[in-house]
Design a protein around this ligand. Structure first.
Ligand code: NAG
Ligand code: NAG
Ligand code: NAG
Ligand code: NAG
Ligand code: NAG
Ligand code: NAG
Length: 500
């Protein structure tokens, strides 16, 4: 049985976020040691107090330091790699991780990725507006050379910038595409520009060191700017002042509903709006609308979320932070949920201030929601699609100590909800609980396609101190010293050869 414990790691975690450099990898690995408790994974009951504490780690610790020989980035670059990351915050986040890996395998210098001015959020703050640039470059110094822009071409008397050759990578391209086709163009032109760059590198790569590099980027190098971290922390402090809290990513928004083709539950006028949005924004696809929910393709409605939580035993005292954009269909859908769980908050209700309004527009608003959900005691997504907010958070929470997630199996639950709507209510909550018992609450688990590496980086980015298999063993504490020695050696060599 897991002991009930209030999570004390929050302060520590934010401190860790602010510790510079790669040292952070080791520190977080060590300090996370203390937040584990053991539990019996086979217990066939759901205990609330267990859900309020971290899932059972099974002795696994997050670790993304290299475990085999990892030479420093080349002193002689093969050229410059520019990428344009499109999509929202989280699509960009996975794209940035992929870009670092691509630059590494090409022995290229990475130019700080371009982040699309997001068409939905009208946000053009770019990498500098969201992420801590110096921290990013510094944390990855053992992996890739990163510059903020392509330097002037010194050989060229006119001091012109190298013009990057534009290429469109295939979707989920293999590593070999980068080391052949892309590299040839890079050597020919001095620089390449990959656009668009989302889902352009295969997720499953049979090389744990490459996967660990992705974790170093995603979970260590990509740190939001101080004002975003500060605001998130103050929201979390306020929420936790009265005890633990849950966060829910309520993806009941127009774009999602239109994309998923979930129209049935809406009025004819609302359906018209959704269908129009779908026509304008997504490729035509034949969907059987009244089947979408039954096959698990629809986001949970706010009421369904409430029913699941109630069946799990949560009561109306539960504090819930809602990360969401504008909910579609208005209050009609929120009402049943709010009557079950009245203690609802979002980033505007927790903090009212001009400062907040300034800070929560566009990508920064998503970033604040991301941090609050990352640090919450329980996280529940209501929809998961490739490289979106919920999926990245599931991966991040796994890495930060197997923090509890509630992941409803929408396909298995749909018939139960449909029965209930038809008036069959006997045993409703028992049936819900039975389905939920078969789900994962944030323990280490095998990644099964279509689960993404960015949702579940186990086992590549984890290790055990008492491992049965040598491959699972945690790397020695001095790994970073080794990397540093190597780096110093090559830079000294370079200095000597250029001055002599
Ligand atoms: C990158 O450099 C390493 C040596 O550090 C070398 O083994 C590898 O073949 C190079 N790869 C490419 C694509 O240039
Ligand atoms: C929670 O439910 C109890 C009855 O189960 C009720 O007495 C109480 O007023 C409710 N609290 C809120 C905040 O709605
Ligand atoms: C946040 O909560 C407040 C108060 O409950 C509500 O008026 C507002 O619409 C919510 N904002 C969002 C973005 O959901
Ligand atoms: C790393 O150091 C900590 C304490 O300094 C120690 O408890 C731990 O066992 C060490 N880990 C390894 C893999 O040597
Ligand atoms: C640095 O230079 C020395 C002497 O030229 C050489 O022996 C050594 O292998 C070089 N180290 C690296 C990492 O290139
Ligand atoms: C590089 O130069 C420094 C200082 O001149 C010297 O101490 C070091 O040994 C040199 N390294 C190599 C590899 O020659």
């Amino acid at each position: 049985m897991r002991r009930f414990q209030r999570r004390s790691g929050l302060k520590g975690m934010l401190v860790k976020f602010s510790i510079g450099g790669a040292l952070f990898i080791v520190i977080s690995t060590l300090s996370l040691l203390y937040s584990y408790t053991s539990t019996n994974p086979l217990s066939k009951e759901i205990h609330l107090e267990e859900l309020w504490s971290n899932a059972d780690s099974g002795g696994w610790l997050p670790s993304s330091a290299p475990q085999t020989y990892w030479p420093p980035p080349p002193t002689l670059t093969n050229g410059y790699l520019r990428v344009r990351c499109n999509g929202g915050l989280n699509q960009q986040r996975t794209a940035i991780s992929n870009a670092v890996l691509a630059a590494r395998v090409m022995n290229a210098t990475l130019v700080l990725p371009d982040l699309d001015a997001n068409s939905f959020w009208h946000d053009d703050s770019g990498f500098h507006g969201i992420y801590d640039v110096q921290h990013f470059i510094h944390t990855l110094k053992y992996d890739v050379n990163i510059v903020e822009s392509i330097p002037l071409n010194q050989k060229n008397a006119k001091n012109k910038k190298i013009k990057a050759f534009q290429l469109r990578p295939p979707r989920d391209a293999p590593i070999t595409w980068y080391t052949t086709e892309a590299l040839n163009k890079m050597k020919e032109h001095g620089a390449i520009y990959l656009t668009p760059f989302s889902h352009r590198l295969a997720e499953e790569i049979d090389n744990p060191e490459y996967q660990r590099l992705r974790c170093r980027v995603n979970y260590h190098a990509l740190r939001f700017k101080p004002h975003i971290m500060k605001l998130s922390q103050s929201i979390v402090d306020k929420l936790r002042a009265q005890g633990p809290f849950m966060s829910i990513h309520l993806r009941f928004e127009m774009d999602m509903l239109a994309f998923a083709g979930c129209f049935d539950i809406f009025s004819p006028e609302e359906q018209k709006i959704l269908k129009k949005y779908r026509e304008q924004n997504f490729a035509p696809k034949r969907l059987v609308y009244d089947e979408r929910r039954a096959i698990g393709k629809c986001p949970l409605t706010p009421e369904e979320v409430g029913l699941i939580l109630h069946a799990l035993g949560f009561d109306n005292s539960t504090k819930i932070y809602l990360a969401a954009g504008e909910l579609f269909g208005g209050d009609r859908f929120m009402k049943p949920f709010r009557s079950m769980f009245p203690r609802l908050e979002n980033h505007s209700s927790v903090k009212h201030s001009e400062d907040l309004v300034q800070n929560t527009r566009g990508l920064a608003g998503s970033a604040v929601d991301y941090m609050v959900c990352l640090l919450s005691d329980i996280f529940m997504p209501t929809y998961d699609g490739p490289s979106n907010f919920a999926n990245n958070l599931l991966g991040h929470r796994l890495y930060y100590g197997f923090r509890t997630t509630i992941r409803p199996d929408r396909k298995a639950l749909a018939p139960i909800f449909i029965d209930r709507e038809k008036g069959r209510v006997t045993g409703f909550e028992d049936t819900i609980r039975k389905v939920m018992l078969k789900t994962n609450f944030g323990e280490p688990h095998k990644r099964v396609s279509p689960e993404s590496f960015y949702t579940n980086s186990w086992p590549e980015c984890f290790c055990q101190t008492a491992a049965k298999k040598p491959a699972d063993k945690c790397p020695p504490n001095d790994t970073l010293n080794g990397l540093n020695d190597e780096l110093v050696k090559t830079t000294t060599n370079e200095t000597n050869s250029t001055t002599s």
